[in-house]
Design a protein around this ligand. Structure first.
Ligand SMILES: Nc1nc2c(c(=O)[nH]1)N[C@H]1C(S)=C(S)[C@@H](COP(=O)(O)O)O[C@H]1N2
Ligand SMILES: [Mo]
Length: 319
């Protein structure tokens, strides 16, 4: 995501030394903990953490709808090359500033056009849902892409519990606002909190995922812990991280990027190789960790599942 202001600022100029020190201490702590694993050796940073027996936390999950067969993006690439402006404007900033981001306790408020609004602890919010492994492509509007094995469930299954009314035409999501924990919120980079939205039928589509983990582990903070959206047929900026608020709405909401630069980032943001970004083509993409670009697919390869949602709509106009 390119805006002029933040490009001039490097996260290293903003993050003060204590943050770096704390991060180093955190990593040493994590290393010490991981050092006791079955292998007894030092675990490389580029592998997902395991429990003390060396096992993944989430094991043998059933595969979610339309999961693909990889190859997966390397864990290290997926966790050190991030977009998460609340934690840094460069690609490495989010991982570097993650240690200060405390995600426990966490609660989620569901409000707006529904019969059963409420604020739930994360635990209560998640309790009824069976977890799946959902292996999806994610395509950033900046033209890089990944394949991630998410751990999660369909957003729609959660939304139904709150009984949206007939007036619920859109769903609005918000990221936590807490400048003590999300350091870049001390700066006027975006209109905090980050906000995203979906049409209700998009939100109810079974492919639309709430993720709490990836690669069999809990979500790393830089990837949007403890709860994020994954909308695999849309550009990555729709997949809002670290969600604290979900609201049903009659009206289409403001969304962070399309509000900031409407000609560049649309509300729909469906991946579409035939609709160029004003400053670059969207025809090709570079999978993280690979040298060669490949063709970008309409709806990021999920046309079979989701094209019906946009029947009769001019995708060039509703970009
Ligand atoms: N709250 C919040 N959510 C966000 C972003 C952000 O800056 N803040 N960046 C978005 C963008 S542009 C992308 S491409 C994806 C990146 O997810 P990843 O870092 O897990 O790959 O997160 C999206 N969700
Ligand atoms: Mo993105």
């Amino acid at each position: 995501m390119l805006i002029n202001k933040p490009n001039d600022i490097r996260p290293s100029e903003i993050t003060d030394k204590t943050v770096y020190k704390q991060r180093r201490r955190f990593l040493q702590g994590a290393g010490a903990l991981l050092g006791v694993t079955a292998t007894g050796g030092l675990m490389a940073l580029g592998t997902p953490p395991r429990d003390l027996q060396g096992n993944k936390i989430f094991k043998d999950l059933p595969r979610g709808i339309a999961s693909i067969d990889g190859p997966l993006t390397d864990y290290e690439d997926a966790t050190t090359y991030n977009n998460f402006y609340e934690l840094g404007v460069g690609k490495s900033g989010p991982a570097e500033n993650a240690a200060l981001f405390k995600t426990d306790p966490w609660s989620v408020t569901v409000a707006g056009e529904c019969e059963k609004p409420g604020t739930l602890t994360l635990e209560d919010f998640l309790k009824p849902h069976a977890l799946e492994e959902r292996i999806y492509r994610l395509r950033c509007v900046e033209t890089w892409s990944m394949v991630i094995p998410w751990v999660g469930f369909s957003l729609g299954d959660a939304l139904k519990r709150f009984q949206p009314t007939r007036d619920a035409k859109f769903v609005i999501f918000e990221t936590l606002f807490d400048p003590d924990r999300l350091v870049m919120q001390n700066f006027d980079l975006l209109d905090w909190p980050y906000q995203e939205g979906l049409r209700i039928d998009e939100a109810m589509h079974p492919l639309t995922t709430l993720a709490i983990g990836m690669y069999g582990e809990v979500l790393p903070k830089q990837n949007g812990a403890p709860l994020r959206l994954v909308v695999p047929w849309k550009y990555g900026f729709k997949s809002i991280k670290s969600i604290v608020s979900i609201k049903f709405s009659k009206a289409r909401p403001k969304t962070t990027w399309s509000d900031l630069q409407p000609e560049e980032y649309g509300f729909y943001a469906n991946v579409n190789p035939d609709v160029s970004h004003p400053r670059w083509s969207q025809k090709r993409e570079r999978p993280l960790g690979e040298w060669f670009k490949k063709d970008t697919l309409l709806f990021n390869g999920y046309a079979e599942q989701v094209a019906g949602l946009y029947k009769g709509m001019d995708l060039k106009k509703h970009y």
